[in-house]
Each structure stands twice: as C-alpha cells, then as structure tokens.
Ligand binder design. Sequence first.
Ligand SMILES: NC(=O)c1ccc[n+]([C@@H]2O[C@H](COP(=O)([O-])OP(=O)(O)OC[C@H]3O[C@@H](n4cnc5c(N)ncnc54)[C@H](OP(=O)(O)O)[C@@H]3O)[C@@H](O)[C@H]2O)c1
Length: 315
Amino acid sequence: MKAVVIDNYGSADELHEAEIVVPKIAEDEVLVEVKATSVNPIDVKIRQGLRKANFDWQFPVVLGWDLSGIIVQIGSKVADFQVGDAVFARPDTYQDARRGTYAEYAAVKEDKLVLKPENISFEKAAAIPLAGLTAWQVVVDRLKIKAGEKLLVQAGAGGVGMFAIQIAKYLGAYVTTTTSNKNRQLLLDLGADEVIDYHKNKITDLLSDYDAVFDTINAIDEGLAILKTSGRLVTIAGNPSEAQKQGHPSAEFWRLQANGKQLAQLGALVSQDRIKVIIDSTFDLTTEGLRAAHRLSESHHARGKIVIVPGNHDD
Ligand SMILES: NC(=O)c1ccc[n+]([C@@H]2O[C@H](COP(=O)([O-])OP(=O)(O)OC[C@H]3O[C@@H](n4cnc5c(N)ncnc54)[C@H](OP(=O)(O)O)[C@@H]3O)[C@@H](O)[C@H]2O)c1
C-alpha cells in the first residue's frame, strides 16, 4: 500500500511516499481503508526527533493518529463492526512504528472505533479524534467544568482550542479565549464569550478570579495568576513545576488517551451540529501534500485542523 513515511528525524523534507505492507490485524482489530487522516503538532514533534524518549521506533516510521474510512477486514473477535462500516478513530500507538494513519490502510482496535454518523464527511470525521478527545478529556474529565464557571482556553483557534471552547459552552461555562485578531469573529461564532488578542493584551492584565484554565501553549504562570484560590489548571503543553503546584496543587499535565466511548459522544454532538469542525486546509496523501501540511502545522498558525486525503476519498 502507499504510505508517507520518514526514514530519519529532521525537517518536513524527510516525509516521502513509499510502498509498505498492509498491517496484519489481530483478532480484536479491524483493517480500515483510510478515507482521511489529519496532522497534529505531535506528528511534527516526532518527525523533528523531539519525542525520542517516548517513541523509540525503527525507521521507516509512518506518522499519523487520526482516521476515518471504511472497514475492509475484521478480526475473529470483533463483535460490533462489519466489513463496509464507515468509521472514525484515534488508533492506539503501536511499537512497530508502521501503523500510523498517513497510509491507505490502518489497523484499529475495536474499542477505539466509532461508527461515523452519515451526516459527517470523512474529512471532518478525521479531524475530530485526537484534538477532540484531548479537549473532551481536559474540559470534562480533568477540569470538570460546570455550568456558570469561568474558563480560559488558550489558543482557541487551534485544533484543540476550537473543540475545547465548544465543549465548555455545551456544558454551560463562560468561556474566554486567546487568539490573533484575524480569528476573533470565528471564535465568537463558535460561542466564545470573550476573545483576547494575545498580540495586544496580556491575560494577566484583563482576567482574574477564573475557575479554570486550559493551557495549550505552556503559559502556566500566566494561567495560574488569573485563577481564584480554588481554581484548576490543566496543561497539555508543559509540566507544572513543584513551585507552580504549591499555590495550586491540582495543576497538572494531561496526555490524551484513545477512547472510543468518548469519541462516540463527540461524534454525536458534531452530528447534531452542537459542535462544529473547522478545517484550515486539506492536502493529498503525497510527498508534497504531507510536506506542505507539516509546514503549515509548524507555523503554529493553522486555523482549526489540517486534513489529509488519499486519492480514494469521495466527499
Ligand atoms: N498532551 C496531549 O495529549 C496533547 C494533545 C493534543 C495537542 N497537544 C499539544 O497542544 C498544543 C496545541 O495543539 P493544537 O492541535 O491545538 O495546535 P495547533 O492547531 O497547531 O494550534 C495552532 C493555533 O495556535 C494559536 N496560537 C499560536 N500561538 C499562540 C499564542 N501565543 N496564544 C494564543 N494562541 C496561539 C494560533 O492562533 P493564531 O494564528 O491566532 O496565533 C493557531 O490557530 C500543541 O503543542 C500540541 O502538541 C498535546
């Protein structure tokens, strides 16, 4: 099958098309013909060699941890899915490094798999899992946001930020977010109550007595400074130091966990149009497509998600 791989750590120029074997599925897995995948900042960090401590893989490495597609084969113990089902998922990370989703086929464990609602395109479905699950787990499970609480979401125009704003609004929170002025109206349209242009203003000059902060940019000190004494902070981009935790012991780093049940809840909200999926750009599953997509992600100014489609997509 065709995949886009890296043979070395380095710049986006390391990404290139290759022919690799289709993954063999285990009895609790399905094989999905990929209709769309997406690029996340973690892909770029791994490609740059910044995550060697977490991922000790052998080259060639297939990156990518989001997919939507059609099931073409099922393992003997798979009970709830059939060949032909349209699905989406954040697959597990496999040790053999060949099972990323920048490929025409990918293996997924049944418990990570969700039926794709018919009214969500393959492209939008592939944009949901990694970023959406991260936002869900931080806002719902870790920060436990309740109606009426004040939450700051940093980098609201990012893949995670846009989901976080909408999930928190769905829960009834008052949501403030940071972005550049060009994205202000979009984030107001997604439900944000206040939008701060971080180029012109510091959150510490404008905000205080917040119940919670979702830090996506490793601005932990600033986040802690706007919290009330009982306030909570969760970061997905840094590690709160012991000194930072002294004032707010619950401040924590969170790493997303693949979770099919939560993804199904998110998919239902998207299907009901309560949560919108914003796609910055779509690229082909080719050497040039992936290189351009990674360069856009590396700019740190993508507006929503970056989606990749193999030649076989139909929406
Ligand atoms: N721990 C985990 O499990 C986990 C999971 C997912 C993501 N992450 C990490 O979380 C971070 C965010 O991920 P993402 O997918 O949302 O990234 P992303 O989509 O690449 O974020 C891009 C957005 O960040 C905004 N931005 C850049 N600098 C900013 C600043 N100083 N203040 C406010 N906004 C700023 C940009 O808005 P403007 O163009 O308006 O500047 C842009 O829209 C990344 O570091 C990623 O690696 C961690």
